[in-house]
Unconditional design. Structure first.
Length: 256
């Protein structure tokens, strides 16, 4: 029997806001000479970047450029070899950092015995949300999977898994979202729904860092950071970024 409270609203799901009466906070993310070596060579050369509150950043680069390594360090899932990162002034993985950070990984993972709806409920309650049911229904509706809410996402196709993971990432409140290749597996409607959710999160005041090969997304951001072979090769206005050239494997990494 469905546990959905009612069909999704006809309008898009609005992002939960953490901005009401919020105190002044430090930068959303500060990386200071953060580096990683897996033993067979550097995966990430010393990298220093700062992402302010409300910023919307595209993180681009070829496969193996260091994007996922950087994001996993920022979430606390991976220890750096040197240097460090803070999330609103806190260590990655700390309770405070985790309460402010939502992470959408490149490979969705789920509990084998929980439905999509149960994943949403678990995540919402974990973050002390009380009025979460309608937002959950609206997210599923916006992503086109409302009718699949009682199904097990572990058995979904790649595209449906991605949509379920997106809903789970957006059900909770956050002030910073880190996203790794979110457009993979999505159909055109799914991509448009995700772009709308990014817009809503930005409007609500969240900072976004989106690692992607979807170069059209770059034009929807104010800032682009590009990595190549683990090194920073560009950090500047998206309007100045030659995105297609920045994701090329060839060339020597030059920081500027």
């Amino acid at each position: 029997m469905s546990r959905h409270p009612k069909p999704p609203n006809s309008t898009s799901a609005s992002a939960p806001s953490n901005t009401q009466n919020a105190p002044v906070l430090p930068a959303a993310l500060i990386a200071t000479n953060v580096a990683k070596d897996y033993g067979d060579g550097p995966a990430l050369y010393p990298l220093s970047v700062r992402v302010e509150e409300h910023e919307r950043v595209a993180l681009i680069g070829h496969n193996g450029s260091g994007k996922t390594t950087f994001l996993r360090i920022a979430t606390g899932l991976l220890e750096p070899a040197s240097g460090g990162i803070t999330i609103f002034g806190q260590e990655p993985g700390s309770m405070v950092a985790r309460s402010k950070l939502s992470y959408l990984a490149d490979t969705p993972t789920f509990y084998d015995d929980l439905s999509v709806w149960e994943h949403l409920e678990y995540t919402a309650r974990l973050h002390n949300m009380t009025a979460w049911e309608q937002r959950a229904a609206d997210l599923l509706g916006q992503l086109g999977i409302y009718e699949r809410g009682d199904d097990l996402p572990s058995r979904f196709s790649r595209g449906l898994k991605q949509k379920a993971a997106i809903a789970i990432a957006f059900i909770r409140p956050f002030e910073l979202m880190l996203v790794d290749e979110p457009f993979v597996g999505l159909d055109a409607d799914g991509k448009e729904a995700l772009l709308d959710l990014f817009d809503q999160a930005s409007t609500a005041g969240a900072a976004l860092v989106v690692a992607t090969h979807e170069l059209s997304f770059v034009s929807r951001t104010a800032r682009t950071i590009a990595l190549r072979d683990g090194a920073l090769i560009f950090d500047g206005e998206s309007s100045q970024a030659q995105a297609r050239g920045l994701v090329a494997v060839e060339g020597t990494a030059t920081q500027y």
